[in-house]
Design a protein around this ligand. Structure first.
Ligand SMILES: [Zn+2]
Length: 241
């Protein structure tokens, strides 16, 4: 039988796809498993052998396909996609080791940090507004609603927040701060207002003194760095860990 002539490349591809689908419908479970195994090995081999350029081109194509699919999806498809994504992510998180968890959180914090460091003035303003709105939404529930929520809380539903390790030191007062809280100019405000506040040594009321010196072990979270600002919030966080 002579090879069939097609009017267009699309027609040829459609015919090939139909034929493939037909063959697949006939295959047994074993044959299917074998085919998938073969395909995944071939794919693996191809990936292992690609050059940096091929890799970049492939990732770009992939991103474009994904972008275009997302742009064209219906509300239902979007909801289904987000649900699938959340489930995959949940299941990966449920099964990760302590090391994998630490690595994931660090990577997340670094990504966040780098996004903040590289954002434009507009993106910066948009993020602050978004955060403020999220904060308001979170704060709005009455005490009564909060009580109900707490009773029915499912820890797995809580969105994880990680702002990195607390090893970012303020250049002015040496307070330790979370990486995720570092402003783009790397100057912290929460402790000494970017070095503007420099309190002299002075006597404090006894109660404050106790809090800051950490003599009482029930309240020693306020250990005081004599060279830093008196009892700054960041001091408190540093010594509470
Ligand atoms: Zn400071």
């Amino acid at each position: 039988m002579p090879p069939k002539k097609y009017n267009s490349e699309e027609e040829r591809k459609a015919a090939a796809a139909a034929k493939r689908q037909n063959v697949r419908q006939q295959e047994t479970a074993d044959q299917r498993a074998e085919r998938l195994q073969r395909d995944s090995e071939a794919k693996r081999l191809k990936l292992d052998n690609e050059t940096a350029e091929q890799r970049a081109a492939r990732l770009l194509r992939k991103a474009e396909t994904s972008r275009s699919r997302i742009d064209n999806e219906t509300a239902e498809q979007r909801a289904a996609r987000l649900l699938r994504k959340a489930e995959t992510s949940r299941s990966r998180i449920d099964n990760e080791t302590a090391e994998q968890r630490a690595a994931r959180l660090l990577c997340k914090a670094e990504t966040y940090r780098s996004r903040i460091d590289n954002e434009t003035a507009e993106q910066h303003a948009a993020r602050l507004q978004h955060d403020a709105e999220a904060h308001r939404r979170y704060r709005r529930p009455t005490i009564r609603t909060n009580a109900i929520d707490l009773a029915n809380i499912d820890e797995k539903e809580i969105i994880e927040f990680y702002c990195g390790q607390m090893n970012e030191s303020c250049e002015f007062c040496n307070s330790l701060n979370f990486m995720g809280e570092r402003p783009p100019d790397r100057k912290f405000s929460a402790c000494c207002h970017k070095g503007k506040i420099d309190l002299p040594e002075q006597d404090y009321p006894e109660y404050l003194e106790t809090l800051m010196n950490g003599v009482d072990h029930n309240i020693n979270i306020y250990s005081h760095d004599r060279h830093g600002p008196a009892g700054s919030v960041t001091d408190a966080r540093a010594s509470s860990l």
